[in-house]
Each structure stands twice: as C-alpha cells, then as structure tokens.
Write a new protein. Structure first.
Length: 579
C-alpha cells in the first residue's frame, strides 16, 4: 500500500520533490531551450536599451548617496546586473545598486572604509550563495508585510534626508553625520550657505521627471531630467557642483578584478554588516521577482535567484562595485518595455558599459543637484504612503508593527528595525493564533426530531450515545495547538469537575501540534490515569500522532481511534467487560 502511494506521488508532479536541475537551472537556459529567434532578440534589445537609459543616472545617484564615487554604481550595474540576468531564477529580473542599500552601504563606508565595504559585499555574496544552495530562500518570505512597509518607508526618509545637502547646495563643516537628528542639526547650521542655483536645478529636474512621466510615461524620464539639467548648467554657467568638480568625472573602462583586502579580524568585524547586506538583498531580490511574476504570470526559482544574487555580489566586489540586488522599478520597466527573457538584462549591462566607455567625458557636466533630485523622486515612490496608512487603519497590531519598524529604522538602525518588527510581528501572530484555538465540550445540541423554522434538521455533532452516558466526558480541540495555546487548553481540561470513567479528546480539527502542547496532553493523560479513567484520542492526524507518541502519549495510558463513534464503542465495551 505504501509503495503504491509513493509511486502515485512520484507520478504526480505536484507531489514530486523537484530535482537539483529544476531548482537551480538559470532561466536563461530555459528561455533558450524554448526557442529564441530574431523577433525575441529585437524585443530584448529594445527593452535592454530602455532599462540601461533608466539605470545610467540612477546607478550614479545611488552610489553617490551611498558615500562612494559614481563609477562604483556603474560597475555594480554592469557586472552584478550581468550575473543576475545570466544565472538568475527570474526571466525578467534586472540587477544593480538599489536605493534600499544606501543606508547600510553609507554606514559601512563610514565605519570600515571602501576596503571594508568591498569585503562585506564579498562576504554577503557568500552568505546568499549558501542560503540558496541550502534551499533556505523559502524562509525569507516569512518577513511580515508590515515590517516590509515599515522599513521601506523608513529607508525612504533616511535617503531623502541624505539628499537635502545637494538639493539645496549646502556646504557643511566636516563630514555629514549619519544619525538623522544630528544630520538635521548639521543641515540647519549650514542653511546660510544655501545655493539658489542648485535648488533651482533640483526643482527643474523634479519638474521634468514628473512631467515626462505624466505626459510621456514610456520615455526615460530620469535621463531626460538629467540631460536637461546638465545642459542648463553648461549653457548658463551656473555655480553648482557637478560630477566633474567633485569626483573628476567617471573612468572610461572597467577596473581589473581583484580580491578585497582580507584579514580574519576584519572579516569578524564585518560579519554583522555582511549579514545585513545578505538579508536585505535576499528580501529585495525575491520581492522584485514576485512583482515580476505578478506582472507576467510566470514563476521564478527562488533558490536559483539567491544563488545568482550571491555570485553577483561576489563578482561586483571583485570589480570594485557595491551591493547588488534585484531592482523592482528597473525590473518593471524591463517588462513594460517588452522583454522576452534574461537576454534583455544582459544587454542592459552591455549598454551601460557602452555608455560609460563612450560618454564618460560628458558625465562630468551632470550636476549633483540633478542626481539628488532623481533620488528624491525615488524616495517619494519608495515611501509606500498608501500601504502605510492602510496598515495603520487595519488593526492595532499591524499599526504597532509598521510604526515601530519605521521609527527604529529612522532613528536607530535598519537591521535593528527589521529584527524588532519581525519579533513584534511574530509575537502578535502567536497571540492571534492562540486566541484561535478553542476547547469545547461535546454536548447535545439537537435531537433528530427537532426541526428549525424551515423544516430542516441539524445533524447531531457527535454520536448521540454520549448524551445518555454520564461516564464519558468528551472535548473537542480546534486550531493549531502550540505553546501559545497550551495554557488555555490545559486550564479548560483541568476545570472538568466530574470524575468520569473515560475521557474522549477529539483532535480531528487540530492541524499541527508542538512539544509544549504534547507535554500538556501527557499531563492530562497521567492525571486521568491516577483517577482510574481511560483516555481516548480521536481523529489525530499522522503528523499530530507522531508528536504525541514521541512525548509518551501512548498506550496503555491512552488509546487512539479514527472516529468518535469507535471511541464511544470502545469505552462501552470496556465498561461491559468490567461489569
């Protein structure tokens, strides 16, 4: 019989465990196997070019906001984006630097320098690679939605605050502080250095981006806004900082790959940072892949995607790039531009490289106020205002989780915010689940000849023999029986005032049980045995039965029956035999 079940499950794909090849084959291979012709290549060329035009200014803006030079952002899009598209588990994922990483990357640069950032990025790649190989990607989806909204909104506030300096053209005395309160104090002290030209350029860029998106949504608004601002500054000779004046422009080639500087002590110091990079990178990449699935009806391979993300971060660090992950906005742009598969992502990286090689001298004229304005628009889109308001109105628990996560992210730390929100969300979930568990006595509620107003009869909830048998006490437990509900169930069972000859405990509505709950039942069974009462457990599912048996809830202390009627007959038979 068991062999027949195994054979049937194997033949049914919904029950069969996927093979290693099915889990980790890149979507690029799948797309090529399906047939890839000239028409698909043309569509991917157009999509890749469109995404590259979006990624070019955005990658530089994110890099500058992260405390590194703009070329680091381009390296990340070129190298990391290529690896993610070539080896990833999503057909449409576009990889590159992401706004969500700005806070973490900037903190890493302040604390450990550029060498520390590159080593932390390399280590985060190894962690993501291990998570994917060990098939742990499934657990990342357990981050509660209010936590995601809270930390995303908090990140948006922090990124925007970091752009105020360039938006207003302020000159600070010393380095800009990281903590937000100290940052605003420093910005307030620098207000006398306000640059009207920089503020005008920023407002113009925002106006162009918003206008283009409204009037011509398929046009590259970010690039158009950047070009317009650069032309204005060049033609009018406005006194504003540009990429050339602050960074000397951008290089016209990729650097030679090199391993990050390594030492055991430094790696230990950077481990918390690398873990934070890996956690956020895994969340962002899988969330982006899910968004792509919802837009296209496709299905990504989560563990293959995490493996690719790990390899992409390793490769990015070798070429001097920063953290790379799936970018939701660029992935959505890729899909809307008509992408047919990962080739468009590979071409996006090639186009960014071509732009860097050809147009590097022109990038020197890009005003920093324009790049800050682009990030301001990104922050506005990241803030998830409507989702935040919905969660605040939904319930007190969701409001508490999203608000606490937001506040901790803004005023303390991103990693602490995620951990605090996850812990609070988990506790609230456990509380809600414990309230869903019910313990009810099985009492007669209807006789067969009792009819309602419509002339129909309700079936009795259990074998009617219980109604006339005072020696049997029957209870039904409903819901997930775990440690959060164990005290409630124990109190209900201990409150039984009678001293019957038999207890019937209906487990048919219990889907899962944990060790604490099994220990609670074991205590009830032992107490019944001391009172010379038998215990019948009814309808326990195989998984529940396994846990109960493992904790000593086994014959002769207790007997298991499939149905309530069988348990009642067994008790009646024992009583007849005893008499």
């Amino acid at each position: 019989m068991k062999a027949e079940v195994r054979d049937a499950n194997f033949r049914n794909p919904s029950f069969r465990n996927p093979s290693f090849t099915e889990l980790y084959t890149p979507k690029l291979v799948t797309v090529l196997r399906e047939g890839y012709g000239l028409d698909k290549l043309k569509a991917d060329v157009l999509a890749g070019l469109t995404v590259a035009i979006v990624a070019l200014p955005l990658s530089m803006a994110i890099a500058i906001a992260s405390g590194v030079t703009p070329d680091r952002g381009l390296y990340t899009s070129i190298v990391g984006g290529f690896v993610i598209s070539a080896l990833g588990g999503s057909r449409f994922q576009i990889g590159g630097p992401a706004g969500a990483f700005i806070v973490l990357v900037a903190a890493a640069v302040r604390q450990h320098g550029l060498d520390g950032l590159l080593l932390a990025t390399f280590m985060s790649g190894l962690i993501l690679l291990a998570v994917g190989v060990l098939r742990l990607g499934t657990f990342i989806k357990y981050i509660p939605y209010p936590v995601t909204v809270g930390f995303t909104s908090g990140i948006a506030i922090i990124i925007f605050s970091s752009q105020i300096k360039d938006l207003l053209g302020l000159t600070l005395q010393g380095a800009e502080p990281g903590p937000i309160i100290a940052k605003f104090q420093a910005l307030g002290a620098a207000l006398p250095t306000f640059n009207l030209s920089a503020a005008a350029v920023a407002l113009l860029t925002i106006g162009v981006v918003v206008g283009v998106r409204r009037l011509r949504p398929h046009w590259p608004a970010f690039l158009i806004g950047t070009v317009v601002a650069a032309l204005l500054v060049w033609l009018m000779g406005l006194p504003v900082e540009t990429l050339g004046t602050r960074f000397g422009g951008i290089p016209r080639s990729l650097p030679a790959p090199a391993l990050p500087a390594f030492s055991l002590g430094k790696a230990i110091d950077l481990l918390p940072t690398a873990l934070a990079f890996a956690l956020l990178g895994g969340i962002e990449s899988l969330l982006s892949a899910v968004v792509a699935d919802s837009m296209t009806g496709r299905r990504h391979r989560s563990n293959a995607e995490l493996v690719a993300q790990g390899l992409a971060n390793i490769a990015s660090s070798l070429f001097g790039g920063i953290c790379v992950t799936g970018a939701i906005a660029r992935t959505a742009t890729n899909i809307r531009a008509g992408s047919r598969g990962p080739v468009s992502g590979i071409l996006h990286s090639a186009f960014v490289l071509a732009f860097m090689l050809i147009a590097a001298p022109l990038a020197s004229y890009i005003p920093l106020a324009a790049l800050a304005a682009i990030l301001a628009v990104v922050c506005w889109n990241m803030a998830e205002r409507h989702q935040f308001a919905t969660l605040v109105r939904a319930s007190a628990g969701d409001a508490a989780v999203v608000t606490v996560t937001f506040l901790v992210v803004v005023f303390r730390d991103l990693t602490e915010g995620i951990l605090t929100g996850f812990t609070l969300g988990s506790l609230l979930f456990l509380h809600r689940m414990s309230q869903a568990v019910e313990v009810e006595p099985l009492r007669p509620i209807a006789e067969p000849d009792m009819a309602d107003a419509n002339g129909t009869t309700e079936p009795p909830p259990y074998d009617l023999i219980l109604a006339s048998n005072p020696d049997i006490v029957a209870y039904r437990i409903s819901g997930a029986f775990f440690f959060g509900a164990a005290a409630t169930v124990a109190a209900a069972l201990d409150s039984i005032g009678e001293h019957p000859k038999a207890y019937l405990i209906d487990f048919s509505a219990v889907p899962v049980i944990d060790s604490t709950a099994a220990a609670t039942i074991h205590g009830v069974v032992r107490k019944a045995a001391r009172g010379k009462a038998s215990v019948q457990i009814v309808g326990a599912r195989p998984a529940v039965l396994k846990v109960l048996l493992a904790h000593g809830v086994r014959p002769p202390l207790v007997h298991y029956k499939a149905h309530l009627a069988e348990a009642v007959k067994a008790v009646e038979g024992d009583r007849s035999a005893g008499s």
